[in-house]
Ligand binder design. Structure first.
Ligand SMILES: [Zn+2]
Length: 293
């Protein structure tokens, strides 16, 4: 069953329910679903994670396996429900396991794994058991052309990680980039692995690119699956406002606790995670202004 939140896009063509008891089936949204964005671009949503896949006559470019501690079969089935063309690539958005885990079945089908160089370094160091080590790396930029579709892999610097790619489809004017440009949201918890203030520079670079539709790694409020450049502009404004507010507290000699209590940013208080995560976001910027870390 699809909720209104998903209806802003075109048809959802596959929906499934995983291990949800019968009594809960009416209330819960499906565990996974495929949404068509354009003729060749799809979103596969699995729980609260989503990945983009691009279909061409010569093969499929998949992105994040998003199968940490759960089977990857629903994602592969979703692709094969659209096309029988082979899955040629799996491209990681960044190194974090909740997005990269579960790629083995894609590897067994012959896919080539691609990631930013720093993602390969991190994955090789930590050796998470269910993350496939990338076969190929990108430093600043790579262009993949397959079956008439062009996909750019851009590195715009450090932001939510030091390995984030901005995948851009120039013809379709779509980008897929994960975990740092939410649709109406503050940053996740204490902004672990996030580089401050570099994330603001990265946002300016993404805003300067030519695109219209954002596919993020998690749906937004109401299950909204795509955003626009306004979401990137709003996120930059939020971080700049947050940074300025925290700097003021630090300059006034206030403590962490004072800053977390004093600061409110009413422009953003309608964002669903504002109340829960704003204090932790404040703490991250307090470290930056107070200690330069
Ligand atoms: Zn992440």
């Amino acid at each position: 069953m699809l909720r209104i939140g998903f209806a802003g896009l075109t048809t959802a063509i596959v929906a499934g329910v995983l291990a949800i008891p019968a009594w809960a089936q009416q209330a819960a949204p499906p565990s996974f679903a495929t949404t068509k964005v354009t003729d060749n671009v799809y979103i596969f949503r699995y729980g609260n994670h989503q990945a983009m896949f691009v279909v061409t006559p010569d093969g499929v470019i998949a992105t994040d396996p998003i199968s940490l501690r759960r089977p990857a079969k629903p994602y592969i089935d979703a692709i094969q429900a659209v096309t029988k063309a082979p899955i040629k690539y799996v491209i990681y958005s960044h190194s974090h396991f909740d997005h990269t885990a579960g790629g083995r079945p894609f590897k067994d089908l012959g896919a080539t794994f691609v990631a930013q160089r720093n993602a390969k370094t991190r994955i090789t160091e930590l050796k998470p058991p269910d993350v496939v080590v990338p076969d190929q790396v990108v430093d600043e930029k790579r262009v993949i052309t397959l079956g008439g579709t062009t996909l750019e892999l851009n590195y715009v610097g450090k932001n939510h990680s030091d390995s984030t790619l901005v995948m851009r489809l120039p013809k379709e004017k779509i980008i897929f980039t994960v975990d740092w440009i939410p649709i109406e949201g503050v940053q996740f918890r204490e902004m672990a692995d996030t580089y401050v203030p570099d994330i603001e520079t990265s946002l300016k670079r993404v805003i300067a690119m030519d695109w219209e539709t954002l596919i993020p790694g998690h749906p937004g409020p109401g299950g909204k699956q795509t955003g626009t450049k306004d979401n990137a502009r709003d996120q930059l404004a939020y971080l700049q406002d947050l940074s300025a507010a925290v700097k003021k507290e630090v300059d006034a000699g206030k403590t962490y606790d004072d800053a977390m209590k004093d600061i409110s940013l009413p422009k953003y208080d309608s964002w669903p995670n504002y109340k829960a995560f704003l204090p932790m976001n404040i703490e991250r910027y307090y470290d930056f202004w107070n200690r330069g870390i």
